[in-house]
Write a protein of this length. Structure first.
Ligand code: ZN
Ligand code: ZN
Ligand code: ZN
Ligand code: ZN
Ligand code: ZN
Ligand code: ZN
Ligand code: ZN
Length: 358
């Protein structure tokens, strides 16, 4: 039988302990030694266990223990208590009497303790446990200081290689501290803030491979519009040829297919996003035009209103002229009447002499 029983002392102590101080059944140094009537020594707990078995017998002499008495061996207990022993835990320098051994071992700073990190099954000296769990154990939980992602010590390094919040330097313009995830936005040749950029069609065959200022790049993109478009067309056609070849040769590596598909998708999405952006600009231009037209329409309306007012004035003037004409005609008629009267007067001499006299 093994465990629980006696004191487990280091092997280096065994040659200093006499043979009669070891338990007859567990083999360790006697704990609360008891002696049977047959004269053999057991730990108290070990004898209890043996006696609970069917047909218990002394493991030293084979006599039945069923009816046998046993008693504490005080002499042996004193001998055991006075034994000089050292701590069994590696790294610990404690030594003392065996009677203090249990107390020491239970609180020994070098007692083995199981690492608390899930996935780690290592036993570590109690005094090193915190250091192991927090600094050394690859299963230790840590948080990425940039994005708060929960990681283990083992995965943190790999995570930092791809973490989108790690500040990086833009290799084109030299600006520091751009979160890695925003670098492609920053470098975007159309909407990005980067002051220097390569032609985005360089990877599709554009031979211009110099770093250009935003202004130069815009000029290059405008001047090279058709050349760039042709590069895309060639890429798409090449892609469809490749697809046919791959259908004919099914052993073609899946990885290559994926890579070319990725390149196509990237080219498409770039072209699409450029178009969408252009559409957005056109939309804005259209809106401006509509606003301008509305302004013109308003102007025309005002002119119309002014015209109407002037027309009213003109017709009022025309009315006045008409009325004046009527007055003139009436005065003409009056003058005519008077003239006829005068003529009539001069036709009758008697009347004219009367008039002369008057
Ligand atoms: Zn024992
Ligand atoms: Zn015996
Ligand atoms: Zn110790
Ligand atoms: Zn661990
Ligand atoms: Zn992170
Ligand atoms: Zn930049
Ligand atoms: Zn180019």
């Amino acid at each position: 039988m093994a465990a629980p029983g006696g004191y487990r002392v280091p092997a280096s102590n065994l040659n200093t302990i006499s043979d009669n101080l070891f338990c007859s059944t567990c083999g360790y140094v006697l704990r609360e030694a008891v002696q049977t009537e047959c004269g053999h020594l057991y730990c108290k707990i070990c004898l209890d266990i043996v006696k609970r078995q069917n047909n218990p017998a002394c493991s030293k002499c084979g006599l039945s223990l069923e009816q046998m008495e046993s008693y504490p061996d005080r002499f042996v207990r004193r001998e055991v208590a006075a034994l000089k022993v050292t701590c069994i835990n590696a790294g610990c320098g404690w030594n003392g009497n065996l009677e203090c051994y249990d107390d020491h071992v239970n609180s020994c700073p070098f007692r083995p303790m199981r690492c608390g990190n899930a996935g780690c099954n290592r036993d570590v000296a109690a005094c090193h446990l915190a250091h192991h769990e927090q600094q050394e154990c690859c299963h230790g939980r840590v948080m990425c200081q940039y994005c708060n992602s929960p990681e283990t010590m083992g995965s943190l390094q790999d995570h930092l290689e791809i973490c989108p919040d790690v500040p990086v330097r833009c290799a084109n313009c030299g600006i520091e501290n751009i979160p890695r995830g925003q670098l492609s936005c920053h470098k975007d040749p159309v909407g990005g803030e980067c002051a220097a950029n390569y032609c985005p069609f360089r990877k599709y065959g554009c031979t211009c491979d110099e770093l250009m200022s935003r202004q130069d790049l815009n000029r290059h993109l405008t001047e090279g519009f058709s050349a760039h478009l042709l590069l895309l067309v060639r890429l798409l056609e090449g892609g469809s040829h490749r697809n046919q070849e791959q259908a004919a040769a099914p052993e073609g590596s899946v990885r290559q297919v994926l890579r070319s598909a990725e390149a196509e998708i990237e080219a498409h999405s770039w072209a699409l996003s450029t178009h969408y952006r252009r559409l957005g600009e056109l939309d804005d231009e259209l809106r401006t035009l509509v606003d301008a037209l509305a302004g013109v329409a308003e102007g025309i309306q005002q002119v119309n209103n002014t015209n109407a007012a002037q027309m009213q004035e003109i017709s009022a003037l025309r009315n006045r002229v008409d009325r004046l004409e009527v007055t003139v005609q009436r005065q003409d008629a009056t003058i005519n009447d008077l003239l006829q009267l005068v003529r009539a007067v001069f036709r009758y001499p008697q009347l004219s002499s009367v008039v002369r006299r008057v």
